[in-house]
Ligand binder design. Structure first.
Ligand SMILES: Nc1ncnc2c1ncn2[C@@H]1O[C@H](COP(=O)(O)OP(=O)(O)OP(=O)(O)O)[C@@H](O)[C@H]1O
Ligand SMILES: [Mg+2]
Length: 331
């Protein structure tokens, strides 16, 4: 375990290295160690983590090779709990680990910190986002400075930390509910994205319809997103073809561990895969959480992880499921 927090740039390197070095418990170890491991698996490799990693690499390549053709961004869209944040952070952590293994490209870079992360919910506009990004790359800027000074400071620091990308997470609703001046905020965001010499990954739900990509500036940003990844957009399992769901279950089989060994894993059946996909509303993140809870159930009850274990733990994943609907209050 590490005290990883995506918003704290000091915790990235340690966590990136930890993910590679941790060792799973083996039969004979205390039951609690299996519970702890299973609750903390991942990031698992899924069809979406592949798509995000590929999109980020492609955008970074274009931004390096053809900087004059406009900055490419990556949009990671999809319903709640599809796995958008995990897929994005997984890519960023992997690049962080690789950066720690290689000598930095820039001689002024002493400690690589290639990725920065901000969660939009904590910010009220583009300046606040610029401030947070400046902080992430270690730039010292007076809080009263304007957005351009923050961007200039980020540009100055970018080679010194080997900045390659930054994540603007949960961007939906940034423009709209909390901002009266949608068009100027979209313009400021566009200025941020074009001004920072690294690849932006913008994540959120329903971004195609979101105010962040409307209007002239918003549309300019949207059109620079040649890489638009829809998470959780997997065909349902049909028992005939191999879909993302069968691949996910294979990954779960490789990552979840049991005191009795892998013979406790019984999820790779047509019915269990169908239950997992349908019961999680087709959202891979929710499916992983559910399988994890069912694995803990199997470990603590000394039973197997199968469809019955999924059914036994369905309420843990969505506590509101199956509750009677509360009638609307009279107007
Ligand atoms: N690749 C993965 N490996 C392991 N666990 C994952 C992975 N993807 C998702 N999860 C699990 O699913 C949960 C939800 O994933 P995540 O936070 O990435 O979803 P999201 O689409 O960003 O959701 P939201 O819309 O709420 O921001 C995570 O907390 C984690 O438990
Ligand atoms: Mg998220």
């Amino acid at each position: 375990m590490t005290a990883f927090h995506p918003q704290d740039p000091d915790t990235w390197a340690e966590h990136a290295l930890h993910l590679r070095s941790r060792v799973a418990p083996t039969p004979g170890d205390p039951v609690d160690s299996f519970v702890d491991w299973n609750l903390n698996i991942g990031p698992l490799t899924t069809d979406d983590t592949h798509k995000v990693a590929h999109a980020v690499a492609q955008a970074q390549h274009r931004n390096l090779r053809a900087p004059l053709t406009g900055r490419n961004i990556v949009v990671v869209d999809g319903p709640p709990l599809a796995g958008k944040t995990y897929a994005t952070i997984a890519t960023a952590l992997e690049q962080t680990r690789q950066a720690l293994d290689r000598p930095p490209q820039d001689p002024t870079c002493h400690r690589p910190r290639p990725w920065a992360y901000i969660e939009v919910l904590n910010h009220t506009g583009a300046k606040s986002i610029a401030q947070a990004l400046a902080h992430s790359v270690g730039a010292l800027v007076d809080r009263s400075a304007g957005i351009h000074q923050h961007v200039a400071a980020i540009r100055y620091m970018a080679p010194k930390v080997g900045l390659r990308g930054y994540i603007i997470d949960d961007s939906h609703g940034l423009l709209g509910a909390r901002s009266r001046d949608t068009s100027s905020l979209a313009t400021a965001l566009k200025g941020l994205i074009t001004g920072i010499p690294a690849t932006a990954v913008v994540t959120g739900t329903n971004l195609r319809q979101d105010g962040i990509f409307q209007g002239t500036a918003g549309e300019q940003v949207r059109l620079s997103a040649r890489n638009w990844v829809m998470c959780g957009d997997w065909p349902p399992p049909d028992g005939r073809t191999t879909t993302g769901w069968e691949r996910l279950v294979r990954q779960l089989e490789q990552q979840l561990v049991f005191p009795g060994g892998q013979r406790q894993f019984h999820l790779a059946t047509r019915q269990s895969i169908k239950t997992l996909a349908e019961g999680s509303l087709g959202r891979p993140g929710l499916a992983i959480r559910w399988a994890t809870e069912a694995a803990v159930h199997a470990v603590t009850n000394d039973t197997v992880l199968d469809r019955m274990a999924l059914e036994a733990t369905a309420r843990l994943v969505d506590p509101a499921a199956g509750l009677p609907t509360i009638p609307a209050a009279p107007a």
